[in-house]
Design a protein around this ligand. Structure first.
Ligand SMILES: [Zn+2]
Ligand SMILES: [Zn+2]
Length: 402
């Protein structure tokens, strides 16, 4: 038997997702979203936990008996993108859109909360629900951790919708599943001069051009063929006129890596190349790092448990390729072990596209998976069932009834 929400609950979750979709709020500004989540949880009698967050909120289910704490996370923020889906419930806010499907994640976690609330008396511990703000700016997870909401958490789980996986499948892998997303900004200081008299100056454009080329050798010459990395310069600006060699050139971009060792080495070589090329041209340069999240690295034990839970929720488990996108869920995994998974939503477009959408028929799967993984983790942690045991009929039946 699959673990699915019944029809009225599915309809309710779709309604919630559409309401969030129509009213997106950008990172750090999720006030109405937070109020709506609070109201929806309140209607289900779910208690809101008291953690100091400006936006986002934490709720809890269970804890009626002494036991472990398992956390489930959904991110709630939208992106500064003008929506072009043409959906009847498209964004009503110009320049803001749920183009990463965080509306879907939020509705899924509310669905899981409803399913778990029904079993509350039987929970051998506590499920803590993290409705996290500001994921798109990679700030919200740090705020949630700062609020103390990860304290005592034995395992943490989350999911991201995945447009290239079909509905009914879930992508689970042990080890890295999403990349470290480091940002850089380099400022090259030269000496301005007349374009016709370059020898009187120090050209920051020529320097920057050599830097851009040399930086592309890091991946090909310093990263093992068995590892991977991306160095992308995405913006370059310098100069104001055709006959002036300017004082400065500025460029920025991002580095993506899946391993902390590779990450450190790429960053070290990056600075070495920038400083070395600047010196070769007599200019000076500064590299400023905008710290993105580290790689999302799944714990093997909990990735295994996630797969058991997913099968119990009626999902087909596949091993996905890691995504080079970043996710601040990585920070939770530094606090407690856990697993982050990709849930198939069969979307027409990739994340962050103005026509991004999810197949809503994946919503009950997402809710069921989250409820199932919390039950599985609590059962394992409280010693009632160990990972890898035969499917527990009582558990499956209990969850089915939920
Ligand atoms: Zn995103
Ligand atoms: Zn996202």
């Amino acid at each position: 038997m699959s673990l699915q929400a019944e029809e009225p609950l599915v309809r309710r979750l779709i309604e919630i997702r559409r309401r969030l979709h129509a009213n997106p709020e950008l990172s750090g500004e999720e006030f109405e979203t937070t109020a709506a989540i609070r109201e929806w949880l309140g209607q289900e009698g779910i208690r809101i936990a008291d953690y100091p967050l400006k936006t986002g909120l934490v709720a809890e289910i269970g804890g009626l008996r002494e036991g472990p704490i398992v956390a489930l996370r959904a991110d709630i923020d939208a992106l500064p993108i003008q929506e072009e889906t043409g959906l009847p419930f498209a964004s009503r806010r110009p320049g803001a859109m749920h183009a990463c499907g965080h509306d879907f994640h939020t509705a899924a976690l509310i669905g899981a909360a409803v399913l778990l609330k029904r079993r509350e008396a039987e929970l051998p511990g506590t499920v803590r629900l993290l409705f996290q703000p500001a994921e798109e700016k990679a700030k919200g997870a740090a705020q949630v951790i700062e609020s103390g909401a990860l304290s005592g958490v034995a395992a943490v789980f989350g999911l991201h919708n995945k447009p290239d996986l079909p509905v009914g499948t879930i992508g689970i892998r042990s080890g890295p599943i999403m990349a470290a997303a480091d940002g850089f900004a380099v400022e090259v200081d030269g000496k301005g001069t007349h374009a016709a008299v370059p020898e009187a100056g120090l050209d920051p454009l020529i320097t920057a051009a050599h830097m851009l080329t040399a930086l592309q050798s890091i991946v090909s010459r310093n990263v093992s063929s068995l590892d991977s990395a991306v160095v992308s310069v995405t913006r370059l600006s310098a100069g104001t006129s055709w006959n002036v060699i300017p004082e400065k050139a500025i460029f920025d971009g991002t580095i993506r890596t899946f391993d902390e060792g590779v990450r450190a080495e790429v960053r070290r070589r990056f600075e070495q190349v920038v400083d070395g090329v600047a010196a070769a041209f007599g200019t000076t340069a500064r590299t400023r790092w905008t710290g993105g999240p580290p790689p999302v690295v799944n714990d093997p034990r909990w990735a295994h448990s996630a797969a058991i839970a997913a099968k119990r929720a009626g999902l087909a488990v596949v091993e996905p390729k890691p995504s080079p996108a970043g996710e601040d869920f990585a920070l939770y995994l530094k606090e407690a072990p856990g697993a982050f998974v990709f849930l198939g939503t069969n979307g027409p477009r990739e994340w962050h596209h103005p026509a991004f959408d999810v197949d809503e028929s994946a919503l009950p799967h997402a809710a069921a998976y989250l409820a199932s993984v919390a039950l599985q983790a609590l059962a394992e942690l409280s010693g009632e069932k160990s990972a890898g045991s035969e499917p527990d009929e009582a558990h499956a039946e209990a969850v089915t009834r939920a």
